[in-house]
Design a protein around this ligand. Sequence first.
Ligand SMILES: [Ca+2]
Ligand SMILES: [Ca+2]
Length: 130
Amino acid sequence: MNSRNGIFCFRLILSVCFIILLGSLTSATAVSKSNPIADFDGDGKSDVSVFRPADGYWYILKSSGGQSSIKWGLSLDNLVPGDYDGDDKTDIAVFRPANGVWYLQKSTEGFAAQPFGLGNDVPIPNIFVL
Ligand SMILES: [Ca+2]
Ligand SMILES: [Ca+2]
C-alpha cells in the first residue's frame, strides 16, 4: 500500500491498482453535513455573498436560487458568519471590536447580541448554540 497526498493505492498481484480518494470523499461529506461554508439557504452548497461596508448590507446569491439582502453591521465590524443555531444554515453575524459584542441574526431564532471578547481580539466563528 502506498500513500501520497491523501491517495491510497492498494497493489494486487497483477499490478492492478485501486485508488481510494479518501480526502475528497470524506471532505465532501463533512462540508455538506457538518461544516457548510457560507451556506445561507442550507442546501449544502456555499452561496456567493458580499458585504458592502459603505451601507452595511449583506448581499447573498443563494445556490438554490434567488437573492436576498439584509442590513447587518457597520463598516468597522468583523464578519463572522457561521451556523450558531445548528440548523445547517449559515447565520449572518458580525463582531464589533468597539464594544466586544457579537451581533447575530440566527436563521431560526432571530436577533441575539452576545458580549464576548475585547476590541483587539480576533473573533473565531464556529458552530455553537448561544
Ligand atoms: Ca447554499
Ligand atoms: Ca443557522
